[in-house]
Ligand binder design. Structure first.
Ligand code: MTE
Ligand code: MO
Length: 375
């Protein structure tokens, strides 16, 4: 069975599906640490995890002046570069969007995201060495060692411009938070494409091709694309939408969780709320606003984030806010908390899922709304 060599997983990872293995950590733990512990980092596998012997590992590079094969040692011998980047699945928070109207896909909560320090060789160094010239019409295709039942590998592509940009920080990573990559996260090499949807961060990387066209894989062509709320499965034409690359601004409340019984601080009458915020394309989070009276009043959260220039701010931001609870709310016992984040381009999350609904349930970035009980 192709499933007999699956790795051990942490007991706290909640599976959305077991074969292939897809799981997210409990949302209540997600905002506890700026760097997500490796064993609690969400896992999104489309296929069985491949078994790779590091001594036999080879990475083929095609489309430069001459083809080349790199070994793991060869990659580790290149200058080492580290980047803090959050990886987020295009389907993160799908379970909220599907409440508006059913969508197809794994029912992710808000935990299909994690933040890590990734280390490895820069893809721009490797491609330059191969004589690859800048060309804004070209793409870089990545293939994994995981094969579908017809022996096609998992694949995806990004624009060549992102791959060649030293500020794009695309790396061939062999370390996650200073530890070797685990099998679930792409051992021995995965590509990290900071600011770009999870699907392009190909794990178990075996082949890189500089090409005139995007990857022809199912996941580049017929999945991970957005559509109008009026597009349904009878009318959808995947060739008409662009593949998702940079992700839109989003945020989520991690504590308290929906349905939690929350105690108000005795002396001041506040509740404390904590969560994450992130935007794609290296756009920094500049503000997170919280309300517990449906937008009548907003409270600005305190941010915890890495010092990085805008445009290259690939890590997530954690935030904490204290919200006053009125006497009336305390009596009623129920409060709904809303969070919305703003990025450096002043993009802001949409209020409701209704107007961003799409049949695949991707790009689910409406305000995060959590109802709690005040005690
Ligand atoms: N790479 C390969 N080879 N196979 C996969 O199934 N899944 C992609 C991406 N890279 C995938 C892959 C998707 S959709 C996501 S969201 C991320 O990996 C998840 O990365 P993680 O499992 O390390 O969190
Ligand atoms: Mo994903």
């Amino acid at each position: 069975s192709p499933w007999s060599e699956e790795p051990q997983r942490h007991a706290l990872l909640k599976p959305a599906s077991k074969r292939p293995f897809n799981a997210e950590p409990p949302i209540g733990l997600l905002a506890e640490q700026f760097y997500t512990p490796n064993e609690l980092f969400y896992v999104r596998n489309h296929l069985p995890v491949p078994v790779i012997n590091p001594e036999d590992y080879e990475l083929e590079i095609e489309g430069g002046a001459k083809d080349k094969t790199l070994t793991l040692e060869g990659i580790k011998a290149l200058p080492k570069h580290s980047v803090t980047a959050a990886i987020m699945c295009g389907g993160n928070r799908r379970s909220e969007m599907t409440k508006v109207k059913a969508v197809k896909g794994l029912s992710w909560g808000a935990g299909a995201v994690g933040n890590a320090k990734w280390s490895g060789a820069r893809l721009c160094d490797v491609l330059r060495e191969q004589g690859v010239q800048p060309d804004e019409t070209k793409h870089v295709i990545f293939e994994g060692a995981d094969l579908d039942p017809t022996s096609h590998p998992y694949g995806a592509s990004i624009p060549l411009a992102k791959a060649l940009d030293p500020r794009g920080d695309v790396i061939l990573a062999y370390e996650m938070n200073d530890e070797p990559l685990s099998r679930d996260h792409g051992f021995p090499i995965r590509v990290i494409v900071p600011g770009t949807v999870g699907a392009r961060n190909v794990k178990w990387l075996t082949r890189i091709v500089v090409a005139d066209k995007e990857s022809d894989s199912h996941w580049q062509q017929n999945d991970y694309k957005g559509f109008s709320p009026s597009t349904d499965w009878d009318t959808v034409d995947f060739s008409k939408s662009d593949a998702i690359q940079a992700m839109p601004v989003t945020s989520a409340i991690c504590t308290p969780q929906a349905g939690a019984r929350v105690k108000v601080d005795d002396d001041e009458g506040h509740i404390t709320v904590r969560g994450y915020a992130w935007s794609g394309g290296g756009r920094k989070i500049v503000r997170v606003d919280l309300t517990n009276d449906e937008g009548a009043s907003w409270h600005v959260a305190e941010l915890e984030q890495e010092e990085m220039p805008d445009g290259r701010h690939y890590g997530w931001s954690l935030w904490t806010a204290r919200l006053p609870v009125s006497e009336a709310q305390r009596k009623a016992g129920d409060v709904e908390i809303w969070a919305k984040a703003v990025d450096s381009a002043y993009n802001v999350q949409p209020e409701k899922f209704e107007h961003i609904w799409n049949l695949r349930g991707v790009l689910a970035n409406a305000y995060h709304k959590v109802k709690v009980k005040i005690i």
